[in-house]
Design a protein around this ligand. Structure first.
Ligand SMILES: C[S@@+](CC[C@H](N)C(=O)[O-])C[C@H]1O[C@@H](n2cnc3c(N)ncnc32)[C@H](O)[C@@H]1O
Length: 430
């Protein structure tokens, strides 16, 4: 397929997402099944167009004066992919699969600039109702933070130190030109390419199948390292999900001590069994959800890790459709769940133990404000200095700008080149 046909397909997929309220991945898959002539390169290019349209949906729409799928996709072609609108329109003429030629207004708008009167939430490409939260969290930098959240993410891997080394993994993936991640010592990163660049499929690599590495954003690796789990400790991973953090904790503990991996959702937990095997993680006991599943652990843990359910606002680069679907009701539901899990999690600590709180959110309601609420109701806890947690994990000083006001550490695409994450460690004073 040539570009005009790919643009038409992206318009159709976006329309499907909007009218049927489908997740993008589902709509892209359905398009592929109905258009079997399209190759992997076409599907990747169409996916990139759709995701780019959603990443900067607000500013694309403001520029084009319209938020139809056509307007958004044309904006991507010109603003993000660098196409000249007149040449693009001409290329549509001889192509049966092309969208209609661009109107004079569309051509003029696509190369225009956003006016001075454009509100901050449009410049930041975030929903209007979230602007006050982001401004509270990031101060004067909130628009720049939003803009970097609208970029394409890298593909990051965590080398499994139980089975391999960074050097070996990078050698085995040399065809994808991997680089060492900037912060995570076991991280390997592959930058996102422009336009129709394809994301490397690393999960068919023999190194992956042998358990040498996992796909894991560098931010997730950093917060897992900050958790500070030591060989020999008793650790409860209370929201283990499919085990991304569990595997990193097991490797950090060199398979010594014990991790109890629990999740209230059996389906989310299901993949953990295979992943543990592939990774050679042998110090993990999975506790399936059932009444009393964790009763024997009350008051016994050195560390309780809460990778809390959250809005996922830190992953907007990867799932830009979720940015526009988030509602105040869902945010307040998540905040309530987090407060309940913090109250539950602290019961398992022994005196002197550490409660680790992690979200992949950039909203203060789920981060510093959640922790402030917990500390107000639990005076036996105190935040561990973020500088100390960082130095213990990485042996370096905490980079400027990452410390939040309330003992937390914030990671963002702008600050650390990672997904957005929040970390806070609270010690139960003996
Ligand atoms: C951010 S995800 C965990 C991701 C996982 N730790 C990883 O690194 O791949 C949050 C998880 O919390 C779980 N969860 C939600 N409420 C819970 C509760 N009350 N107790 C335990 N787990 C809960 C969800 O099912 C979800 O899997």
């Amino acid at each position: 397929m040539r570009l005009p046909g790919r643009l038409s397909a992206a318009i159709a997929v976006l329309a499907d997402v909007e009218t049927r309220k489908r997740p993008v991945s589902e709509a892209l898959k359905a398009w592929g099944l109905n258009n079997r002539f399209a190759g992997a390169g076409d599907r990747a290019a169409i996916g990139n167009l759709v995701y780019d349209a959603l990443r900067r949906r607000a500013s694309h729409a403001a520029l084009m004066g319209s938020d139809t799928p056509r307007a958004l996709v044309l904006a991507v072609a010109v603003r993000d992919w660098g196409e000249d609108p007149a040449a693009l329109s001409e290329s549509f003429a001889g192509d049966n699969h092309a969208p209609e030629a661009l109107s004079a207004e569309e051509m003029a708008r696509a190369v225009g600039q956003l006016g001075d009167d454009v509100p901050g939430f449009v410049l930041a490409d975030v929903p209007e109702w979230l602007a006050p939260s982001l401004e509270r969290g990031f101060g004067d930098n909130w628009i720049a933070e939003g803009q970097d959240m609208a970029g394409r993410p890298s593909l990051d891997l965590r080398v499994n130190s139980l089975k391999s080394s960074r050097e070996r993994v990078m050698k085995s993936l040399a065809r994808f030109t991997p680089e060492e991640a900037a912060i995570a010592p076991l991280g390997v990163t592959m930058k996102a390419g422009p336009r129709d660049a394809r994301t490397p499929n690393v999960t068919t690599d023999e190194g992956y199948l042998k358990g040498w590495f996992e796909v894991q954003d560098q931010g997730s690796q950093i917060v897992a390292a900050l958790a500070g789990a030591q060989p020999g400790e008793q650790v409860l991973d209370l929201c283990a999900g499919a085990g991304g953090k569990t595997l990193a904790l097991a490797a950090a503990m060199m398979n010594k001590g014990q991790i109890f991996a629990y999740d209230s959702d059996r389906n989310r937990l299901a993949p953990i069994y295979d992943r543990l095997k592939r990774n050679g993680a042998r110090n993990v006991q999975v506790r399936a959800p059932q009444p009393g599943a964790l009763d024997d652990l009350v008051g016994k843990m050195d560390r309780v890790v809460i990778d809390a359910p959250c809005t996922g606002t830190g992953t907007w680069r990867r799932r830009p459709d979720t940015k526009w679907k988030l509602t105040p009701e869902l945010l307040s539901q998540r905040v309530g769940e987090q407060a309940a899990i913090l109250a539950e999690g602290q019961r398992y600590l022994k005196p002197g133990g550490t409660l680790v709180y992690i979200t992949c959110s950039i909203l203060p309601e789920e981060n510093d404000e959640q922790i402030a609420g917990f500390l107000a109701g639990n005076p036996g806890f105190a935040s561990v200095m973020p500088e100390d947690m960082w130095a213990a994990a990485f042996g370096t000083a905490l980079p400027a700008g990452l410390a939040t006001g309330k003992g937390g550490i914030a990671l963002t695409p702008r600050l650390t080149g990672t997904d957005g994450f929040y970390f806070n460690a609270l010690r139960l004073v003996e």
